[in-house]
Design a protein around this ligand. Structure first.
Ligand code: FES
Length: 107
């Protein structure tokens, strides 16, 4: 898969990173489902709304945190890309909130 001597070893770029990278490339333009009740993690039967609520209420920044709270992502890991995208969107929203608040305080 990776050519020897290109500086990337199997230790640095493991299968999880590859799946997240490939999943991100393949799903970047794919919108999240309109129905929040749609299943995100089929292994544990957790829907998008639940994962979104867990991320927002607990300010999660890692997939492991989400898995510990609601078990999503604790099985086959094929849903990690979607969880990762929800985390990224939530972090962006939180950062935007704090930046707007800081801007209002300073001006
Ligand atoms: S679908 Fe989420 S861990 Fe398998």
């Amino acid at each position: 898969m990776l050519a020897a001597g290109n500086g990337l070893s199997a230790n640095v770029l493991n299968s999880f990173h590859l799946r997240v990278l490939l999943g991100t490339l393949c799903t970047r333009s794919r919108p999240l489902p309109q129905d929040p009740k749609a299943l995100l993690c089929h292994c544990h039967g957790v829907n998008y709304a639940t994962v979104q609520r867990v991320i927002d209420e607990n300010s999660c920044v890692a997939i492991d945190q989400v898995t510990r709270i609601c078990r999503a992502g604790g099985g086959c890991r094929s849903c990690h890309v979607e969880i990762y995208e929800l985390i990224q969107a939530s972090v962006a929203r939180r950062n935007g909130f704090w930046k707007r608040l800081w801007h209002r305080i300073r001006n």
